[in-house]
Design a protein around this ligand. Sequence first.
Ligand SMILES: [Zn+2]
Ligand SMILES: [Zn+2]
Length: 344
Amino acid sequence: MPEPLLRTTERGLYCSAADVYIDPWLPVDRAVITHAHGDHARWGSRHYLASREGGRVLRTRLGSEANIELVDFGEVRTINGVRISLVPAGHILGSAQVRLEYNGDIWVVSGDYKTEPDPTCSPFEAVRCHTFITESTFGLPIYRWCAQEETFADMRAWWRENKERGQASLVYAYALGKAQRILAGVLDADIGPVYTHGAVERLTIDYRDSGIALHPTTPVASHPKKFDYAGSLIVAPPSAAGSTWLRRFGDVSTAFASGWMQVRGARRRRSLDRGFVLSDHVDWPALVSTIEATGAEQVWVTHGYREQVVRYLSERGIAAQSIASQWEGEDDQGEAVANEEAMA
Ligand SMILES: [Zn+2]
Ligand SMILES: [Zn+2]
């Protein structure tokens, strides 16, 4: 039997035929990167291959010194006979699945993905393959997202009500991806100004420079200390919660936008006024239907509720196994904490 095209190593997923790693968590010679979140794009490798769509955000994350080669979705790089290409994953700007083909054997590494439309990135495409390596961040049947239109309508209503009460509205969202999805979701809202934390603003500029239409924003840092924030929407990363940075906003209503907000008690434990369920990962029905759509006879499950998904697939006759990732469930600051909450 030939050696499998990919295997797990202490540095991450490795293709020995092409001598490349996918999202390695330690420095390597050649890395293929699915997307720019910190648990996937790690600093220190000699050469990175990534999608052109996410080039700007990856550059911001890896720094000016990193040697990054960008490819279009669908463009094939052949390394030692292995045909490698990137396919949209629909998770954040530039997020890709990695398709590898060698001697007729096709493997696809999903990275993080969602199938719901998102105006800030290319839509997910299901790829036929023999082996599919899937994330399982929300891989339990209890996770079912409501339509995002409802979430954005709720968010606007909350913002409007706060404005009428003379309050500012502060929503916590991961600085890369979720924050920009919110800025796209309120694009045509005519409620008040939108202000950003510096970490959000930097990546928001990258999104705009990549051609993504977002609501106009002004960084909070450009205002004098005694600025009046009543009626505005402020977008900040979860790490800003509980910091002195918040004092300047005066009377403020706080919210968090995350898939974890579907977990009972998650909002209360963070002492938030509102929780908006908005995820950049597939929910349970989309996870199951995506795996079906790939037609894969073998599925490896990583990053989340691995054992539960493996059991479900095994019961349906799919050869499934769990593979470890070093940074389990950690998407940007905050998600690791939120993940713990979900497990508790
Ligand atoms: Zn991610
Ligand atoms: Zn991830």
